[in-house]
Design a protein around this ligand. Structure first.
Ligand code: C2E
Ligand code: MG
Ligand code: MG
Ligand code: MG
Length: 284
């Protein structure tokens, strides 16, 4: 990717460069070490009912708690982990952390659904569905409480296999969400074949929803079609009340975005819940 910076300069941009200096061998060693040291943690971002304001669940978003650099965002390390073949191990750790959070909340009588993001390599592994099922069983977490967010790109890599994996998950009752909807190929037939439980409309469509009639013309039929296929619709990246108003008028089922809450640590999420008048206490 080429980015223009200033008038005459063109510099090559790659996510690797964002993590200070050092060569690839050093980066790889550092990421491997971060996995061994369990330096990854989850932030949680609430997903709300647009009409009642109730908490419908959370999306778990990974962060790297770097000993010197502090909290590092996923765009800074996920591309590298994919490249180094470390993303599957990261995905496994994310799964464990999400199930531990679910277990903690369940122990306090709070069944809060958690969504995790699944990378293409992770989804592509043999026995993916069985592994998820085994871990849910191990933690004693009801299958319906863990949603798997996949993207269209993940799904399209090998359609025959994808269909088999998705039908296995459907059989087990593990919800699947199609993330960043609208940014990929988004073919209607793909949607019918994948039959996800939920569709997450990409942030880019939500952005101009309040000002641009064109954006509304795109989002309205997506919601309508998803509903007629029996899917739940989530809007991501809701940043103001005007956007929320439009989404409510279009019948959107769930809202997620900075307008309501940023992704936060488990502790901050517990505090956030405590401050919501409609919610009972959630343990950290
Ligand atoms: P995503 O799954 O689409 O997650 C939503 C992203 O939008 C998150 O960024 C979230 O912080 C951000 N966001 C939420 N509300 C707003 C808003 O109102 N405005 C704006 N501008 N942004 C908002 P984050 O946490 O940096 O994650 C970025 C991406 O990294 C995720 O996009 C997902 O694709 C990936 N990712 C995060 N955690 C994991 C993980 O555990 N495994 C894998 N494989 N990928 C992950
Ligand atoms: Mg997501
Ligand atoms: Mg998304
Ligand atoms: Mg997105």
């Amino acid at each position: 990717e080429v980015k223009r910076s200033g008038k005459n300069h063109v510099r090559f941009y790659s996510p690797e460069l964002d993590l200070a200096s050092g060569n690839l061998v050093e980066r790889q060693r550092e990421l491997r070490n971060a996995l061994v040291q369990r330096q990854f943690m989850l932030y949680f971002q609430p997903k709300l009912n647009p009409y009642s304001g109730e908490l419908n669940g959370v999306e778990a978003l990974v962060r790297w708690q770097h000993p010197e650099r502090g909290i590092v965002a996923p765009q800074e390390f996920i591309p590298m982990m994919e490249r180094f073949g470390l993303i599957v191990e990261l995905g496994n750790q994310v799964l464990e952390l999400a199930l531990q959070a679910l277990q903690r909340w369940l122990a306090a009588d709070r069944a809060i659904p958690v969504a995790i993001n699944i990378s293409p390599q992770q989804f592509g592994r043999d026995g993916f569905a069985e592994h998820i099922i085994a871990r849910l069983t191990h933690y004693g977490v009801p299958y319906r409480l863990l949603t798997l967010e996949i993207t269209e790109t993940v799904a399209m890599a090998d359609m025959t296999r994808t269909e088999a994996v998705l039908s296995r998950l459907r059989e087990a009752g593990i919800p699947v969400s199609l993330d960043d909807f609208g940014t990929g190929y988004s073919s209607l037939s793909l949607l019918r074949v994948l039959a996800p439980n939920e569709l997450k409309i990409d942030r880019s469509f939500i952005k101009d929803l309040a000002q641009s009639p064109a954006a509304r013309v795109i989002v309205a039929p997506i919601i309508e079609m998803a509903h007629s296929l029996g899917m739940t619709v989530v809007a991501e990246g809701v940043e103001n009340e005007a956007q929320a108003d439009v989404l409510r008028s279009l019948g959107c089922d769930e809202l997620q975005g900075f307008h309501y809450a940023r992704p936060m640590t488990g502790e901050d999420f517990a505090r956030w819940c405590f401050e919501q008048p409609s919610l009972a206490a959630v343990p950290a």
